[in-house]
Design a protein around this ligand. Structure first.
Ligand code: SF4
Length: 319
């Protein structure tokens, strides 16, 4: 069947009404962006920069390259080693550092500002308490993550790190558990079920930070209600990546971007609602830029949705 030009025009009008870009619904998650611990640490760094020179952070203070660049422009430089540096102030980041490192630093001549998140500190104290009470400490988390490295230093020599269920190593009969603050509750539950089958005495401190679980929960609800999700934050940020993985696993077209400049017009084809979420290390100004970019975008890409066919879930879209 060949459609006459007028009929084609009408069909196009139905499919792509003039104000389509204005009709695009944008839902930004309430919990998108800085969590309490990150905001506290970043504020500490900016305030310190105003009052002191030669300010350094031991490692990047958060996993967000844009914030690191901004801090650098204010005179706060991330370093991986304190050797051959003229340091006046050294800031410890939210993840914390191993106990021995903190002790060594406190003996140095420069000032140390400990910006370790109080929730991470609490997990460290629990690990210490369990070890002192004779429990073999199990940390649920990623062994390579700096927060876990810090926790391990409080947990005694027989500490074990586990990051998946059904792969329990040989453990003692009295086990104490703490969790990397950003791990999902589902993983802790799975590991606990597994442990209960093998171990007689288990004491658990659920040290998962509410901020992470609530953010994941909110993102999950939001992802169910939109046609596409933009996850904003550092590509090196574990919790931002976790959000992107969650949305992708729900078969929602999902894009993990660091800044508004990465947004592509073709993503919006067949999309009437966009959800924006962001990791704990993403500053407000980047989230706002993303919102503004979507609001300001003109027209819609005519075709070629990149996720066409990938989304197996039945969604109400224009395509
Ligand atoms: Fe602290 Fe939670 Fe933020 Fe981690 S996610 S820095 S534990 S508030």
């Amino acid at each position: 069947m060949t459609l006459q030009p007028n009929a084609l025009k009408n069909l196009y009008k139905i499919l792509y009404p003039k104000n389509m870009s204005n009709q695009l619904k944008i839902i930004t998650a309430k919990r998108a962006g800085f969590c309490f611990g990150v905001e506290r640490a970043v504020d500490m760094a900016f305030i310190t920069a105003q009052n002191s020179s030669n300010v350094y952070t031991l490692g990047p203070i958060i996993h967000n390259p844009q914030v690191i660049d901004k801090l650098r422009s204010e005179g706060v430089e991330p370093i991986s080693t304190i050797e051959s540096r003229d340091i006046k102030v050294l800031i410890i980041r939210t993840h914390g550092v191993p106990r021995e490192v903190l002790e060594t630093l406190s003996r140095k001549k420069f000032r140390v500002i400990d910006a370790t998140c109080p929730f991470v500190k609490k997990a460290q104290q629990y690990a210490k308490l369990l070890n002192e009470a004779g429990y073999q400490v199990v940390i649920v988390g990623d062994e390579e993550h700096p927060e876990v490295k810090g926790l391990m230093s409080y947990a005694g020599n027989d500490v074990v790190v586990i990051n998946r269920a059904k792969m329990l190593p040989k453990l003692k009969n009295k086990v104490g558990v703490v969790v990397q603050t950003t791990q999902p509750l589902s993983l802790l539950k799975e590991i606990m079920l597994d442990m209960l089958e093998h171990i007689k005495e288990i004491k658990v401190f659920n040290t998962i930070c509410n901020s992470t679980s609530l953010r994941l929960k909110e993102t999950k609800t939001m992802a169910k209600a939109v046609d596409m999700v933009l996850v904003v934050g550092g590509k090196n940020s574990a919790n931002t990546t976790q959000l992107a993985t969650l949305c992708t696993s729900m078969s929602v077209p999902t894009y993990h971007i660091e800044t508004a400049s990465e947004i592509r017009e073709e993503w919006f084809s067949c999309v009437r609602s966009v959800g924006i979420t962001a990791g704990a290390s993403t500053p407000d100004w980047i989230i706002k830029e993303v919102e503004e970019r979507i609001k300001a975008r003109g027209g819609r890409a005519p075709n070629g949705h990149p996720n066409k066919g990938r989304n197996k879930r039945t969604r109400k879209t224009l395509c």
